[in-house]
Design a binder for this molecule. Sequence first.
Ligand SMILES: Cc1ncc(COP(=O)(O)O)c(C=O)c1O
Length: 420
Amino acid sequence: MNNTEKRTIKKYLQKYSKNKNKFIYPLLEQTLSSDDILAGIKVMFSGQMTMSNVTEEFERKFAKFVGSNYAIMVNSGSSANLLATFASCNPSRKNKFKKGDEALIPALCWPTSLWPLVQSGLKPVFIDPEYKTLNVNADDIIKKINNKTKVIFLVHVLGNGTNVQKIRVFAKRKGIILIEDTCESLGSKLNNKFLGTFGDFGTYSFYYSHQISSIEGGMVVCNSFSDYQLLRTMRSHGWSRKIKLDKNLKKKYQKIDSRFLFINSGFNIRPTDINAAIGLSQLKKLKKFQKIRLSNKNKIINKLKKSNKWDNQFSFFHSSKSINANYFGFPIFLNKNLDKKQKFINFLEKKKIETRPIITGNFVNQPAIKLFKLNKEKKKFLNADRIEKRGFFIGLHAKPISNKILNYLTENLLKFDEIK
Ligand SMILES: Cc1ncc(COP(=O)(O)O)c(C=O)c1O
């Protein structure tokens, strides 16, 4: 971007940015800067805005970055989960699940981690996560595997993960399909390998509040060429466009206009080149953002613990063994006076400190689970309940936290003891 362009974008940013954020410490500080916005605008001016070359470039660079053979961009992380799950039961796949098979999934998950499993006919079997790491323990997953288990749908929670390497060994041996929902953990590594790249499929989200953003957007990664072709077809109506077709199939259907040949079932969950351009521009900043967020996290913890008001009110979560985590949120657990949690949350929000539950809390407690009778046995998930009762999270910004904000945030957090 040359200096004139930079100045122009900055001018427009100042003019149109509504600074709508009513929070002093919001969940998220704008991470899209002039160059990301300009990348999107350039695509708009080019006239080629629907999915095309820029998306392909982002896919290539993303795959290379995470160390996967292939990446397919979609319009959200939820769509990435939908696509990976429906590809896993497609008739064209050798190893596929069928209706009524079981899928292991953590009780601490996002709705659209779970719903594609249910929508595709799988029976979810929930696993309690660990309290300290928020993630499922690999041995707990392995213990739950039985003859009906055909899918393991791991969810890497809030930048952290689990020993997916160990799970993969078991899954491979038993022919179980492994999907890694990495929508909250882009950039995190286990033993120096990116989470999301261990399983048959890994999914990512570039939603506005995540590690990097394309506003809305997601990605599926895989290593097999046939899965790649399948994902591309299913992403776009089941179309054969840009798919390497079998010679015999081409011959058999030569009476059909080859430009409009539909070879499988499908969705329309394509991204636009505008989102891809923004995502591509943001990908370059992933490592920088990770460093700053980690430093902000340490600053907040140190400041809290050094205060004379620190009375061991809170615990902070640990990343799992051998995980190098990339956080975008900062979970806090109350160590005592749990009945005051809601009052404390109300107090923080009043002080313009934005909070969120830890994902959704125990998802099994949600009304939608009852509606679909997904926990008829009324199984208990005690750690997920504990996380829901004790925990909440605040943002971790991708800009260095100022002393003023650090003081404001920590002073208000430490007022917990004063809440009546
Ligand atoms: C674990 C997990 N999976 C999937 C998603 C869905 O991603 P998106 O919001 O991009 O649809 C989210 C969203 O935050 C998530 O937290």
